[in-house]
Structures are given as C-alpha cells and as structure tokens.
Design a protein around this ligand. Structure first.
Ligand SMILES: Cc1cc2nc3c(=O)[nH]c(=O)nc-3n(C[C@H](O)[C@H](O)[C@H](O)COP(=O)(O)O)c2cc1C
Length: 236
C-alpha cells in the first residue's frame, strides 16, 4: 500500500471545471488522487487543506520549544508543538506528496509557507549541527523513497524554468530547496498558466496540465508497488 498526502493551498474552495471561480490546483490534485484511487482503491490518502485552514504561523514560543534540548522539554513546549507534530506525522507517513500550490505574488500562499515552517523542524525532519561544518544539515526524510508532485497555477505565462518570466516565479525553486533540505529530492512539477488570459490559451494549458498529471500518476503507480506498506516511524 502507498500513502499519499494530498494537500491543497488555494484560497479558492471550489474546483475549476466544476465550480464557478474554482481553483485549478484543486482540480488537478483531485485529478491525480482520483486516477490513483481508480487504480488502487485501497491505498491511503491523507488530506490537508492549508488554503482554507492555514497552520498557525511560527511564533516566539514555537521557536523556543522547537530548539529546546529534549532534557529541557516542558509541558507547554509539547503543547506548542502539537500542531507541528501532527503535520510532520502526516508528512513522514506519506510516500507521495501531492501539493496543490498556486503562485501568489511570486511565491507560495501564506498558508503553504506556514506549513513549510511547521514541518521543517530540528530533530524531527532535519538535524542541524553547526558544530559539524562539513555536514551541518542532516535530512531525516531520506530514510525511504518519497516523491513530491508540485501542482501549481499562475495567472501569467512564461514562468517555467528558462522562460522569459522565470525570474518572477520563486515558487518551484523554494519548494524544491525546502523539501531537499529535509530529504525529499524527487520533485515533479505541473503548472497551469494563462489563468488571467482565459479562453483558448488557458484551455490548452489546462489540458496539457491534466495530461502531465495523469502521466506522473501512471509513472508513480509503477514506481510504488501495490503491496508494500511502509511502517509509520514513531518519534517522541
Ligand atoms: C493574491 C494573489 C496573488 C497572485 N499573484 C500572482 C503572481 O505573482 N503571478 C501570477 O502569474 N499569477 C498570480 N496570481 C494568479 C494566480 O496564480 C492564479 O489565479 C491561479 O490560478 C490561482 O490558483 P488556483 O486556480 O488554484 O486558485 C495571483 C492570485 C492571487 C489571488
């Protein structure tokens, strides 16, 4: 069995093609998961909506708790980190991350950034050791193969790598860096463009994104065998 973490970050609750003013990223993440479930109905899908219910932003208390050595843990620290622990548990359990993340002002929506800030954590997803200058960062999620599928949508166009407006898109590079930092280095990307143009330009981009989403799902169905169920690691 394969576990999928299905995460949506659009502020728009509906799905394009179904709901008025619906989200393209929600349509595509749903398309991936529906295709997967059609092939493997018993596989587990964990759902997290950081667009409608954003994680709590990192606070002073969070930072103090997250960097406290284990022998100094106090009950308030455990409480402060409970939400972060829950988000990390979902991430650690997953084999495939299906991340629907629109481009907002050149980068990710704030709810997704709050998710990133909660799941990159000393001792849980990465070990940071400034005393070891040769290898100051040790990712903890490279213990088994994990793949992230980053599905985005943008109002403009030409923001793919090498495109004329790539410099106005910091989303994919920042997500790639963040996930590699904790040990997830296999990132596949899909993007709708021309949302603001609409019409045939948008329709062609949506069709290409749907096909690419299907191709990635079909490839990963081969990569992740049907029978293997990874044990959920227990921390703390
Ligand atoms: C707050 C906000 C900021 C946006 N910033 C950008 C941007 O920097 N570049 C761009 O091409 N499109 C931008 N857009 C357009 C969205 O990327 C586009 O509407 C996309 O389809 C949203 O994803 P969704 O359809 O999943 O909701 C922005 C939209 C919003 C609401």
């Amino acid at each position: 069995m394969t576990r999928i973490l299905h995460l949506d970050a659009s502020a728009r609750p509906g799905r394009a093609g179904i709901d008025v003013h619906g989200s393209h990223t929600r349509r595509l993440t749903d398309h991936f998961v529906s295709r997967w479930h059609a092939a493997r109905p018993d596989d587990e899908v964990i759902y997290r909506d950081v667009g409608i219910t954003p994680p709590t932003p990192v606070s002073h208390a969070w930072i103090e708790a997250a960097f406290a050595p284990e022998e100094a843990w106090q009950p308030w620290m455990v409480d402060t980190l409970a939400e972060s622990d829950a988000l990390i548990d979902e991430l650690v359990a997953a084999d495939i991350l299906v991340l629907g993340v629109p481009l907002y002002n050149f980068s990710a929506p704030s709810g997704f950034k709050a998710w990133i800030d909660n799941v990159i954590r000393q001792g849980r997803t990465v070990v940071i050791d400034p005393g070891n200058p040769d290898a100051p960062f040790s990712p903890l999620l490279s213990d088994r193969p994990r793949v992230a599928v980053l599905i985005s949508s943008r109002g403009g166009h030409g923001m793919e790598p090498g495109g004329p407006y790539a410099h106005m898109n910091h989303l994919e590079p920042s997500v790639r860096t963040a996930l590699e930092f904790i040990g997830i280095s296999d990132l596949r990307t899909v993007a709708v463009e021309h949302q603001e143009d609409g019409g045939e330009l948008l329709a062609a981009s949506v069709n290409a994104a749907l096909q690419r989403t299907e191709a990635i799902a079909d490839t990963l169905l081969q990569t992740f065998p049907a029978a293997a169920l990874s044990a959920i690691p227990q921390y703390r």
